[in-house]
Design a protein around this ligand. Structure first.
Ligand code: NAP
Length: 310
């Protein structure tokens, strides 16, 4: 069967675009589908400081644009605003990918690079006030909260990094974490806790986010004592981990208990011709450099797979 593309890459974040640079350079006819923003989550990052080679850092937006240009330079077709709605494998081993606009394309191989989305905080007020002061993106929403107190929830790299970014705007940052220490990288924690605006609130969980139309405050519980306390914050920034965007392929590939796609070191799933890479998958670490490398590996694996089928 003749196919429209050699490879369809689902997801236009750093992983998907890195794969597209390599499949494009290998002269494979490549389509990248990006449902939302090119660059994915990283495009929203104010500054990327730990991608080797960028000694002065680079903004997430610039980084994403550079990746897009690079993939396009080698001929990848990138459709922005269109995701994949279905993926099925034909008997001859090719794939039919149903697109968000109701059309479909065929491909000899598929790379899944859909990434992940932020975990929601299961407390009253989170959904109702989302967009009204509840946020999962400091870069997007931080500037709306100048000279007012805000809260940050979580203790990993995201919470500490995004909380640090908020020191540009907010008057105080109540940094609420359920443990008695942050688990982010040491250098990030040190820089964060040095900021006089940052007030860590240890061993505590948010019980409620309240306010009529906008956030007016939060009630938190000190876990060891059970005592509750209220903070009159105007915004609550939540960074409590991620959920993989694996729904589309959950019946096709193997996943772990958290829904992360299981791949081997070649980024192969258990389905021949179907590869997965980056944040969507079970990985030892989730750093930009290694999810980019995942995309590269997936692309090289696709190239070898298609070569072997000739
Ligand atoms: P994470 O490392 O999974 O941390 C999630 C944080 O949220 C933890 O502090 C966790 O507490 C807390 N948490 C989870 N569920 C919660 C709940 N229901 N209520 C309250 N708190 C909850 O997530 P992340 O910080 O987004 O980082 C994800 C990955 O991306 C990591 O591998 C990280 O290294 C990487 N990353 C790297 C950078 C960088 O290198 N600059 C920046 C951002 C992210 P517990 O520890 O108690 O579970």
């Amino acid at each position: 069967m003749s196919t429209d593309y050699d490879v369809v890459i689902v997801g236009g974040g750093p992983t998907g675009l890195a794969a597209a640079v390599y499949t494009g350079r290998a002269l494979l006819k490549t389509l990248v589908l990006e449902k939302q923003t090119v660059g994915g989550q990283i495009a929203l990052s104010a500054a990327i400081d730990n991608y080797p080679g960028f000694a002065d850092g680079i903004s997430g937006y610039e980084f994403a644009e550079a990746f897009l240009k690079h993939a396009q330079r080698f001929g990848a077709e990138v459709r922005i605003g269109i995701g994949a709605n279905s993926i099925t494998r034909n008997e001859d081993g090719s794939f039919i990918v149903g697109l968000g606009d109701g059309t479909q394309v065929t491909a000899k191989a598929v790379i899944l690079a859909m990434g992940r989305h932020p975990r929601r905080l299961e407390v009253p007020g989170y959904d109702r006030l989302f967009g009204g002061g509840v946020s999962v993106c400091a870069t997007c929403d931080g500037a709306f909260f100048r000279n007012v107190p805000v809260a940050v929830v979580g203790g990993g790299n995201s919470a500490v990094e995004e909380g640090h970014f908020l020191t540009r705007y907010a008057s105080e940052i109540y940094s609420i974490h359920r443990r008695d220490h942050f688990t982010a990288q040491k250098i990030l924690i040190e820089e964060y806790l040095h900021q006089p605006k940052v007030k860590p609130v240890w061993n505590s969980a948010v019980e409620e986010i309240y306010g009529e139309k906008e956030v007016e405050g939060i009630r938190i519980k000190h876990l060891p004592s059970g005592e509750t306390q209220e903070f009159p914050v105007k915004a609550v920034f939540v960074f409590i981990g991620w959920i993989p965007n694996s729904e589309l392929v959950k019946d096709l590939v193997e996943t772990d208990a958290d829904g992360r796609v299981i791949v081997n070191e070649l980024m192969e799933t258990k389905v021949p011709g179907l590869y997965a890479a980056g944040d969507l998958c079970v990985r030892p670490i989730y750093q930009l450099a290694n999810v980019v490398a995942d995309g590269v590996q997936a692309a090289v694996s696709v190239e070898k797979y298609l070569e072997s089928k000739k």
